[in-house]
Design a protein around this ligand. Structure first.
Ligand code: SF4
Length: 392
């Protein structure tokens, strides 16, 4: 059963200096024309999946980008069209503060969105300028308030390791965000992606490179500050007030099937689901040995895809790896599946290694959960789990 749906909107008002996501910076008539053409293709694909019966079980929807709110009133129309095919409990739209005004907040709530995810990143003007964000700190705080007033769940994305960021600045951003009382906060360390303006500037000026020690401190400080403010950490980068976890992202981390529609949208389907929808996803069957298929749509029309097929063993290793991103870790059922597919000895060795390196621990309820060290050194922990995908 496909329980999650992702829709990608590849437009922004301006391109941030660190961004390598698929989004074009457009405005005015150029944006109008491109958005109209893109939405026509997106809606046609949405309807095609709806008519094929693929959307009936969808419980969570995420409209991401890019900046979906640059679509203006068309975004609420898209939300309504989604709701004509399914009745999700959670429907998130990503938004940037400069394009999330009162009319947009009201239109989204009225059309059936339940949640807005705001790209705040920082509340320090110099840091916002250094990474090319086009909104102010005041606009960001107003956007949180606006989302709450419209009755939406509000999430804020923050970034640490920004050029010029100090411990004092980071504390101030965290304090002000906690004070604005969103329902959810995500905290990401900045990474320099090849080819971006910030990466080029950092080549000439190494002081712009994120300091890994400062980023680790910022992540720990975020955890202290946000927990003290009533948020619970439930995933490596995610904090929520009780009952406000992002169910859509939890679906990604717990091996549930999700459909991605739009250019650069990723999806993951069980082999049988893929075969049932193959005509809409490039036409090739999952094939013998594959239990799961991952794909990325490569064009607007949905005719080209990058496809990756996973064996049962690879799927179990992937589920273990993703499950260890979550504070609650992985349960006996998944560990048992991994033992059956990857071998009792191999799984025992990986778990022992994680325990001995202090990356994981057994929780009282029998789950294997990441420790604080495992949270900070996530790539080591995830690597141990993913290595179970093969004997190599
Ligand atoms: S708003 Fe988001 S998607 Fe758009 S350029 Fe900035 S980081 Fe990239």
């Amino acid at each position: 059963m496909i329980s999650a749906l992702y829709l990608h909107i590849p437009f922004c008002r301006a391109k941030c200096a660190y961004c390598d996501f698929d989004s074009r910076a457009l405005c005015g008539e150029a944006l109008e024309g491109a958005a109209a053409r893109y939405l026509e293709a997106l809606l046609a694909r949405l309807d095609a999946f709806g008519e094929a019966g693929a959307l009936a079980g969808v419980r969570t929807v995420y409209v991401g980008g890019g900046t979906p709110t640059v679509l203006g009133p068309r975004l609420a129309g898209l939300v309504r069209r989604v709701r004509s095919w399914c009745a999700p409990d959670e429907l998130t739209c990503e938004a940037n503060p400069e394009s999330f005004d009162d009319a947009m907040a009201a239109a989204l709530a009225e059309s059936g969105a339940t949640r807005v995810s705001l790209g705040v990143q920082t509340l320090e003007p110099a840091e916002l300028a250094a990474i090319g964000r086009i909104h102010t700190a005041e606009q960001a705080l107003t956007a949180v308030e606006r989302g709450r007033a419209a009755g939406l769940d509000v999430s804020c994305d923050l970034m640490c390791g920004l050029p010029g960021q100090t411990k004092e600045n980071w504390r101030r951003t965290l304090g002000d965000i906690a004070g604005a009382a969103p329902d959810h906060v995500s905290v990401y360390p900045l990474t320099l992606e090849e080819g971006t303006p910030l990466a080029r500037r950092a080549q000439a000026d190494p002081a712009l490179e994120p300091d890994a020690d400062l980023q680790a401190w910022c992540m720990e400080e975020a955890r202290r500050e946000l927990v003290a403010a009533g948020f619970a950490p439930y995933e490596v980068a995610s904090y929520a007030r009780p009952g406000h976890e992002c169910a859509h992202n939890v679906a990604y981390w717990t091996g549930e099937s999700y459909l991605g529609i739009g250019r650069s949208a990723a999806g993951m389907l069980a082999a049988g689901e893929w075969d049932g929808l193959a005509a809409l996803l490039g036409g090739e069957p999952a094939g013998a040995g594959a239990v799961r298929v991952r794909y990325v749509q490569r064009d607007d029309a949905g005719t080209r895809f990058d496809v990756e097929r996973l064996t049962a063993r690879e799927a179990a290793a992937e589920d273990l790896m993703l499950g260890m991103r979550m504070t609650r870790g992985v349960g006996p059922e998944l560990l048992g599946r991994a033992r059956a597919l990857a071998g009792e000895k191999n799984v025992a060795a990986a778990v022992d290694e994680a325990l001995s390196r202090g990356l994981a621990t057994w929780a009282p309820d029998g789950r294997l959960a990441p420790t604080e060290r495992g949270w900070l050194l996530g790539n080591e922990l995830y690597g141990l789990m993913w290595d179970l995908a093969s004997d190599d």
